[in-house]
Design a protein around this ligand. Sequence first.
Ligand code: PHE
Ligand code: FE
Length: 304
Amino acid sequence: MRQNAAYGGAAGPARSAASPRADFTIEQDWAAYTDEEHDIWRTLFHRQDRVLRDRACGEFLDGLRGLGVAADGIPDFRRLNDVLSRTTGWRIVAVPGLVPDAVFFEHLANRRFPSTCFIRSRAQLDYLEEPDIFHDIYGHVPLLMNPVFADYMQAYGEGGLKALRLDALHYLARLYWYTVEFGLVRTREGLRIYGSGIASSKGESVYCLEDSRPNRIGFDLLRVMRTRYRIDAYQETYFVIEGFEQLFTATRPDFSPYYSALRQEADLPPGGRSCRATSSSIAAAAGRRRSPIKKGRADARPRV
Ligand code: PHE
Ligand code: FE
């Protein structure tokens, strides 16, 4: 999970008493996990294994297997990093909780993924307000094994540093939210999950695909950046990509003109239904003759 401070993020509990370094990294201290903590991991892992088998996209499931993230207990970052760094050049670094935006982006821009180390308690199996190691590792790291997604995350980090300079982080944070955290992808077999906020939640994994209430809308960069999100409930809208290439291609242009154009437009509510023409009119305002972005299919509710 990654909440922009403006949306009310709280610092997570530090597991290690050691004070963090300047880049906020700490040691995972793997040997210090208790049997109970490993057992909570096993419970969460087995539950999600069943739920995600036919709900997560192939890239996610392949990444999970390839990494060797397993049921036996909380993984040791050193072991995961051997595989991950050989595969895509990414590395996991341990942090005590949410870190300042600039620090977070700096890590991503250098292919380092900041992960918390603590695990939720048994009373919080279903819902936790802040990221823990299960969300960060099980939810986020499998896709960092995918070369296209790995590049997208690095580009996002660079884009984050730029958005900070342009005072446009609230727009870019929505892109992260609706893709990295809560994205769906269309596959030949139907809609599948790739967002980590979904993949680490049993309830939302079912809800996002099978419930009739949420909108499932074709990915539209400008609409995503206009759409507010909720951090305290299941999403009312999911954006569906056609594949990771689409995500990477749509986010390649310079966002500066988009940010200027977005400032002239009202934000959209998280559950809004109709907003045809938004992308093309904003793209026109941003000085483009034709929107490079495929129009979102507002109101589309594909069945799985
Ligand atoms: N192209 C974006 C910019 O100019 C950077 C970015 C890339 C942002 C990928 C998000 C994802 O700001
Ligand atoms: Fe996350």
